[in-house]
Design a protein around this ligand. Structure first.
Ligand code: IPM
Ligand code: MG
Length: 368
């Protein structure tokens, strides 16, 4: 069988630095586990704009469609703030999501024991936290038409449209229920059915799919604002949260910060199965391009490395190897290895991006 194929799009800011550490892990799999990934690389975001005048070329888009999994670093930076909206770095990422039809975005928020003191919440509220937000990623107000800035009378009006079809809701609901069955069997669906028709439909369809296909899974519904409140108050009440594109954007940042470590969290964006049975997939850290620290060797590569672990799990069904990478990350954290973002009030000497990668490779070596 052909080697599993990966397209690396490191992107902007700290993207290339954190991706360099993932490449060490990929190299480790080749030499120590005899698992070879066919890796190609391309540009996305500002670096693609600099080279080609567009945040994503058609050729790179076609490459992304052809591989088993895409690994993305980060896009954007102040250098590109003034660009026309249509060529902003973020448009490259949104095009990948839309054209690959990556409708199910898994954003775990997990609190590592070694870091429970880092949260802005009390330790007992977050210690052991392990939840996943399933964010709908290819529809809703991010993509709905009409959209634009128009002139009405003597003033401008900005318009975006929240739009969801039943089938769009149904497919993301199914992916949340499937995931819940592999976890603690609980789904909470969040929308604003009290003010939005799209929210009423969302609630109905999620309930219908539940009753017909997943009656064994415990389902609850919350208004998204109350959900935000509950996430702060007692996040451990949740297992899987399923929500729309915009609410998922907000709630996942909030959930990430509960864990005290935005630099730690991975994500998977999954679509329909391809001919080889693997889902269309893109993996990326939840954090952004962090232009303020780019190029200084300060970035934490763990979110990107854990994103690769998600690729091992969801694209390549290498569950043991995924767990091995995750355990290596836990081990270095437990050993007190810290990048600058993980220093906390106690202080100490942080390791560089590259030293963190090396420490994880050393922990992997110790695991075999
Ligand atoms: C995210 C980001 C993106 C989004 C941006 C970079 C387009 O905030 O992945 O959460 O809004 O979806
Ligand atoms: Mg976001």
């Amino acid at each position: 069988m052909a080697n599993p194929s990966i397209l690396i799009l490191a992107g902007d800011g700290i993207g290339p630095e954190v991706m360099a550490e993932v490449k060490k892990i990929i190299a480790w799999f080749k030499t120590k586990r005899a698992i070879t990934f066919d890796v190609s690389e391309g540009l996305v975001g500002g670096c693609s704009y600099d080279a080609h005048g567009t945040p994503l070329t058609d050729a790179t888009m076609a490459q992304a469609q052809a591989v088993d999994a895409v690994l993305l670093g980060a896009v954007g930076g102040p250098k590109y703030d003034k660009l026309d909206f249509s060529v902003k770095p973020e448009r490259g990422l949104l095009r990948l999501r839309k054209e690959m039809d990556l409708f199910s975005n898994l954003r775990p928020a997990q609190c590592f024991d070694a870091l429970a003191d880092f949260s802005s919440l009390k330790k007992d509220v977050v210690a052991g936290l392990d939840i996943v937000i399933v964010r709908e990623l290819t529809s809703g107000v991010y993509f709905g038409e009409p959209r634009g800035i128009f002139t009405e009378g003597n003033e401008r009006v900005g318009i975006n449209t929240q739009r969801y079809t039943e089938s769009e809701i149904a497919r993301v609901a199914r992916s949340a229920f499937e995931l819940a069955r592999k976890r603690n069997n609980k789904v909470c669906s969040m929308e604003k059915a009290n003010v939005m028709e799209s929210g009423i439909l969302w609630r109905d369809v999620v309930q219908e799919i539940h009753d017909k296909e997943y009656p064994d899974v415990e389902l609850s519904h919350m208004y998204a604002d109350a959900g935000a409140m509950q996430l702060c108050r007692w996040p451990k009440q949740f297992d899987v949260i399923v929500t729309d594109n915009l609410f998922g954007d907000l709630l996942s940042d909030m959930a990430a910060m509960l864990t005290g470590s935005l630099g730690m969290l991975p994500s998977a964006s999954l679509g329909l199965p391809m001919a080889n049975g693997r889902p269309k997939a893109l993996y990326e850290p939840v954090h952004g391009s962090a232009p303020d620290i780019a190029g200084q060797g300060k970035a934490n590569p763990i979110a990107c490395i854990l994103s690769f672990a998600m690729a091992l799990r969801y694209s390549f069904s290498m569950l043991d190897e995924a767990a091995r990478v995750e355990a290596a990350v836990e081990k270095v954290l437990a050993d007190g290895v810290r990048t600058a973002d993980l220093m906390g009030p106690a202080g100490g000497v942080p390791v560089s991006t590259s030293q963190m990668g090396d420490a994880i490779v050393a922990a992997l070596n110790a695991s075999i």
